[in-house]
Every structure is written in C-alpha cells, then in structure tokens.
Design a protein around this ligand. Sequence first.
Ligand SMILES: *Cc1c(COP(=O)(O)O)cnc(C)c1O
Length: 417
Amino acid sequence: MVKKLPFNKERVEEIMETEPSPFYLYDEKGLRENARRFLRAFSWLPNFKNYFAVKACPNPYILKILKEEGMGADCSSLPELILAERVGLKGEEIMFSSNDTAAGEFKKARDLGAIINLDDITFIEKLEKEAGLPELICVRYNPGPLRKIKGNPIIGKPEEAKYGMTKEQIFEAIEILKKKGAKRFGLHTMIVSNELNPDVLAGTAEMLFDLALEVEQKTKTKVEFVNLGGGIGIPYKPEEEPVDLEDLSERIKKLYEKIIIKSNLPSLGVVMECGRMVTGPYGYLVTKVSNEKHTYKEYIGVDACMANLMRPAIYGAEHHITVLGKEDLPSNHIYDVVGSLCENNDKFAINRKLPKLKIGDIIVIHDVGAHGHAMGFNYNGKLRSAELILKENGSVERIRRAETIDDYFATLDFSKI
Ligand SMILES: *Cc1c(COP(=O)(O)O)cnc(C)c1O
C-alpha cells in the first residue's frame, strides 16, 4: 500500500515554528473516516460495538473523537478506567478486560457500571469480595493447544499466553456465577495480534460462536454476546495490504449464519476491542536529523529515540519512513536511523534504503498512532514528546505537552540528600 501523508514539508515547518520536534501528529480526518468505515462494515451484527483498547492511545482527546464516532473503551487498569470516565463514557460503554488484576480496580469498574471481563476463575471470589458480583459478566477464554496459530512476539501462542481460562474453567465459572445470581453472560477471547490474515481473524469468531453453542448446551445458559478482542493488524510495510473489513465482515456473517442462526440460538451480540487498526495508521512521529556518523555503517541520528517509540526495539517492528521534501528522490543510500538512548537496540530502522540525508532533514515515522506514544518511558533520562492533532479544518492543536525535566524529577525529593 502506498503510504501517503496528510501534510507536507511546508506545513510541518510551520508547525515546528511553535512546536519543537520530536512530536506525535494525529490525523483527525483519517481517524474519523476509518472509524466510520469500520463500524459500518460490521453494522449488520446485533449490538455491534468496538470498545477501543485505551492502552493503544490513551489520550482523552482521541478517546473523545472515538466516542463521538460511537466507540466505547476497553480498559485494563485503574488510570484507563478514569480516562474513560473523564471523557464521559459509562456503564456498558466500558469493557474492563484486566489480568493479574490489582486491588481496587474491580471496585472502580463496578462503580462505573463497566462490563467486567474476568480473566480467571479465581477472580469470581475476588470480585465478589471487593465489589460485589454484577448481573452482566463476561469470561475470558484461552483455547490453549485447541487453537493452533503461530503467534508473534506481541502475543505468543495461546498455550503460552497468560490470559484467559481453559474451556472447562469457562463452563465451571458460568455455573458458579449463575448460582451467585449473574443473569447475563459474555464470552471473550484475544488470541491474535497485528493479524492481517482474514482466515485467522474469522477463525476467532468461529471459535467463539462454537463456544457459545457449547455453553448453551452444557450449562443451559444463554450467551448474550461474544467479544472477539482486538488484534486486527495494519500494513506497517508498504508491500502489505490492509485487512479488507467488508470481506472480513462477510466471512464472519457466513459463520454466524452457519453456527448461530442454523442452531436456532437466540440473537447473539458481537463486539470487538480493536485498538491498533483504529488509530495506528493515523499517527505519525515527526523527528529531525540531528547528527550523522560514518563508521562501519552509515548512521543517521534523530532527535527522537526509543523512549518515544519502542516498537522497533522490542518487536523488531518495521515502520515506514518518509523524508519530507525528498519523497521523489531515489532511495539509494542505506542507513541505520538511530536515537540517542544508550542501548544498541535504539534504532528506528536498520539497513533502510533512503534518499541521501543531511542534518536538519525532517523524518516522518509512519503508523505510530497505536502502541506508540503510549509505550513511552523515561529510561536514560529521556522525556516523552508532545502529541498534536491535525484537525479536520486544517488547524493543529496540542493535545499533550512534552515532558519537561521537572516532570522527570517530580517524584524525587532533593531536600533529603
Ligand atoms: C491490547 C488489547 C487489545 C487491543 O489490541 P489491538 O492489537 O490494539 O487491536 C484488545 N483487548 C485486550 C484485552 C488487549 O489486551
């Protein structure tokens, strides 16, 4: 897929007059159009909703845009619940899919009326003690060796993933919850990540439709909805293609007809928790070339580092790079594009073919709108950048300021030394 930018060099230079690099820049128009297309593709499903995975882009401004487009929030920590609350989401617009859940989190989720998605059977007791059991509850399934998929460094194979319950535990959990007064049930799974293969994605729906059928047969319990989790991938590399959402929807429809409608099951709702495919392609990391170095390799040093974007370092992820103003020049130089952190994996690109670069060039790193800024950290005294949004009317607004050295020191008390 050809990677296009919603801005050009002149516009970015204008922005840089008031906003120093590096910064994240989100594209509101692209974000909204994509959200609409996504929701439209699956609108035939009963009660379809996407609970946007807040961890992908925990900025309230972005969450508010997604709320306006009709999305809920999928949270897995107390601060994420608070973010959802602060943008005005409540009740069943919030899914709480935590694991290794900390004390106090269930209480907050219950106070907001969120749908609680139980990662483990032992959490029935924990939830009951801490916050009381709700009438509506979702249980998280991990098929383990029953589902053969390759996995990737982000999520691993199901049997090696820490999430969810075994099939027997799902049946048992539902029986226990029913005895304790639960009345409405959901089934959840999340077993793929950044998946572009529609067969594998539809396979998750098939697995949960089958499980809903089994639950009805084994426990005489009506399942109200299945939650397919997130995991729809995005084409990070130009040679990859995005998932055809209409095609995926059609595949899921065939399975729904074959399994749910044929079995005369009552109408089963279907929801998702996609993060990456919602915001990923609509966020850009803008950074400037600050140094060049010629040793055993050709290095280009930029003013961002892995503290601003760690996907290349931890997953070996390839993010496409555009050099502003040099789009039409031949990519006839081979560079490692690196940051300043004292870790040798602080590289945005390795052996990347790019046009000849010089200090001051502006580099745009693509597809960082999900799991990008959110994964930032402060190791080595590095500070997280600002987040800006390019609005539909063409203006740019800052939606998070850059961290300062004072922020970095804010948890220390120098009077004690
Ligand atoms: C991370 C996560 C998601 C979102 O995954 P994407 O790959 O961003 O779509 C959804 N649900 C749960 C439980 C997650 O942990």
